[in-house]
Design a protein around this ligand. Structure first.
Ligand code: USQ
Length: 394
């Protein structure tokens, strides 16, 4: 299948290009390298030494014997999007090309408007370009579990049956985003739903949980193929940040009471799930939603798991909760469904402890790259709009 990946230079995109190629798909990618700039803006860098795209492409060709067709381009530029789609004629488009950080979007008005213009505008351009040149293609769009928020009831996969004043309807489950970034994904979901309805496009909107780890299945041992690994306050997700903290001997930092529950999945499982979505497209005109995660954990339990895995490797680390810079519930009910991907054959990794151990081992090779950007680990972006470092709570 011809698959176009928007955001191919990112954490998921670079890994997915390899995973899909190993499965025999013809892959093209587009990227503007903005993730590299955003992380630098946060005073940080990828712990793994990611290469320039020219070197990445050469390594790709050498190791997989296939070309990754690449275009440097901006999804906010409609002509660029349209021309690339026209020339590649994708059968599937995996859209990972958005600004993915909640804290980054909460920095100030400029970052909030950037997050929404960039994400919503890029997705709209893709939808219009699909309508105009490849309406049969399948859009696999990366949404987020964060679109639903943390309601005090179970969360279905996108839709639920409701009876109101004696009448019944299948409606989208209410979205209650927790940041300007998460809100941009909610708007995307609404726009995609409309494009499927009006233009008979088809789409899988993937409500993905928090991804962690360094590895994908069957990954050849070559440093040039490593995907990026961020640990700063904006682009590092919680388990990845804990692992980076453990490697440089800093305390692990659950925010506040630490009872925040989320769905998590290793990078290798994210690849498996996105591939299942690509290889099993919905019907013409269908908009479907997959909740994509392996298991639910709270952030305190995860800190304990990282501490234990680190101890197994001889690293002594402590856990010190810090003031929560975010406005979010710190103890709450959380019970989302996640059946659609399992029905399609998703086989979860399950051994989270083993995955954390592998991540720590990989990071130990790059300890110095984390140490030189150690300050980037400490959060100071607050949801109330102020900027102040979070102190330890105990
Ligand atoms: N957290 C800590 N300590 C830390 C960092 C984070 O306790 O050092 C907590 C946060 O307060 C939050 C939870 O961990 O309650 C998850 O935070 P995160 O930074 O790992 O993830 P989040 O901001 O939710 O965003 C990430 C990705 C985003 C994706 C989302 C999926 O950056 O692109 O959409 O995970 S989900 O969380 O399911 O919405």
């Amino acid at each position: 299948m011809r698959v176009l990946i928007a955001g191919v230079d990112g954490y998921l995109g670079w890994a997915l290009a390899q995973h899909l190629t190993m499965r025999g798909h013809e892959v093209a990618g587009i990227d503007l390298f903005l993730r590299r700039d955003w992380v630098a803006e946060m005073g940080s860098q990828s712990a793994t030494p990611i290469r320039r795209m020219t070197e990445r492409l050469a390594a790709f060709r050498e190791i997989y014997g296939r070309n990754l067709i690449f275009r440097k381009g901006d999804l906010r530029d409609y002509d660029c999007v349209l021309n690339f789609l026209k020339s590649f004629q994708p059968e599937a488009i995996v859209h990972l090309g958005e600004m993915p950080s909640a804290p980054y979007s909460m920095l100030d008005v400029h970052h909030a408007t950037f997050a929404q213009f960039n994400n919503i505008g890029g997705t709209l351009n893709l939808l219009f370009a699909m309508r105009d040149c490849c309406p049969e293609a399948h859009l696999v769009k990366l949404g987020t579990m964060g679109e639903y928020g943390t309601p005090n009831v179970d969360i279905p996969e996108g839709f639920f049956e409701i009876e109101y004043r004696g009448r019944k309807e299948r409606l989208p489950f209410p979205r209650q985003a927790g940041s300007w970034y998460h809100q941009s994904k909610v708007h995307d979901s609404n726009n995609i739903t409309m494009a499927c309805k009006f233009w008979k496009l088809c789409s899988t909107d993937v409500m993905q949980g928090v991804v962690f780890g360094t590895r994908i299945d069957k990954m050849p041992e070559d440093e040039r193929l490593l995907t990026r690994f961020d640990f700063d306050q904006c682009f590092g997700t919680v388990i990845n940040r804990y692992c980076a903290q453990a490697v440089v001997g800093k305390p692990l930092t659950p925010f506040g009471k630490g009872g925040q529950r989320r769905g998590f999945l290793p990078l290798r499982d994210s690849m498996q799930c996105l591939t299942l979505a690509v290889e099993n497209p919905p019907a013409k005109g269908e908009y479907r939603v997959f909740n994509q995660f392996e298991e639910l954990y709270n952030v305190s339990d995860l800190a304990e798991k990282v501490k234990k895995a680190a101890a197994d490797l001889g690293l002594q680390v402590s856990i010190r909760p810090i003031e929560n810079p975010r406005i979010e519930m710190e103890e709450h009910y959380y019970n989302p469904d996640h059946k659609h991907l399992l029905d399609l054959g998703y086989k979860p990794t399950h051994d989270i402890a083993q995955e954390i151990r592998i991540t720590l081992q990989d990071l130990l090779n790059y300890k110095d790259r984390i140490l030189v950007r150690e300050e980037a680990l400490d959060p100071d972006i607050r949801w109330d709009g102020s900027r102040r470092r979070s102190g330890y709570l105990a």
